[in-house]
Design a protein around this ligand. Sequence first.
Ligand code: HEM
Ligand SMILES: Nc1c(Br)cnc2ccccc12
Length: 290
Amino acid sequence: ALHLAKAQDGKSLEDFQKVYNAIAEKLRDEDEFDGYIGYGPNLVRLSWHVSGTFDKNDNSGGSFGGTYRFKKEADDPANKGLQNAAHFLEPIAKKFPWISHGDLYTLAGVTALQEMQGPKIPWRPGRVDADEKDTPENGRLPDASQDGSYVRHYFGRFGFTDQEIVALLGAHCLGKTHLENSGYEGPWGAATNTFTNEFFVNLLNENWKLEKNEAGNKQYNSEKGYMMLPTDYALVQDGKFRKYVEKYAKDQDAFFEDFKSAYVKLLENGIDFGKLGKAYVFKTLDEQDS
Ligand code: HEM
Ligand SMILES: Nc1c(Br)cnc2ccccc12
């Protein structure tokens, strides 16, 4: 059965906005991380990785139980590099001990996306920390060396459509790959911490060459120093995916709208929020300054 969300006693929008603001202010303070990319992209990746373990067949994994806090999941080789995001969030968890880990990990991704000028992401609290025994086994996160049919099959486990898959992968406009984390490298000089439809524009406009990188893994590189993973490039090789790449390259608003919906579905997969009321939409720091 689905996990039942539980309301944190008496916590309301204002309380969660305080957590949002603490994360957002820390993002601004610690802007030098990873060559001045900052922690934003890393936090977004953490929110996806804690949700991407979900398996709709037995409702195991997913963001509900906050099991990333246990060694088995944190040490999954696919999670290499996310120790930075987890370390970034430790003081936030101490300052707000009442928030569950699942709510913190997902709220951090929402905060990072909004502070990087992404779309407003409606977010619902109520995830409850699970026991260590409920930690999903390693190996549930995707392999970047694969093709379009692998990507379609992989996301089929969560019940995502082609359109939702392409929208979600648009998050690869953020941050970069790190050879020591994943065996992929780049982009060079072009990594960003602003959420745009650039990923789709680059996919269609750059002249991509398949090359072996220093770790012996194949990746697509362009003269401008951009890179794509094989699973990224699969989105233009596969006709059904390509249609959405072209749509989002032309229409950033459509991308923002579809990304928002797919990302909420990713973060809430497997959770029954019942009658816990509607989602919160947080103000960005800029919106509160005035
Ligand atoms: C086919 C599915 C996917 C594959 C194979 C994949 C693979 C990867 C790899 C290999 C990296 C580089 C990690 C490193 O070396 O530090 C990465 C980074 C990243 N991924 Fe994905 N990813 C996928 C889907 C997603 C989704 C659905 C999201 C979010 C909605 C996402 C968000 C990110 C972000 C923001 C980064 C940059 C992290 C940083 O700069 O530290 N990815 N991904
Ligand atoms: N900036 C990126 C580009 Br450009 C293309 N693919 C990526 C995959 C993972 C992380 C970052 C990127």
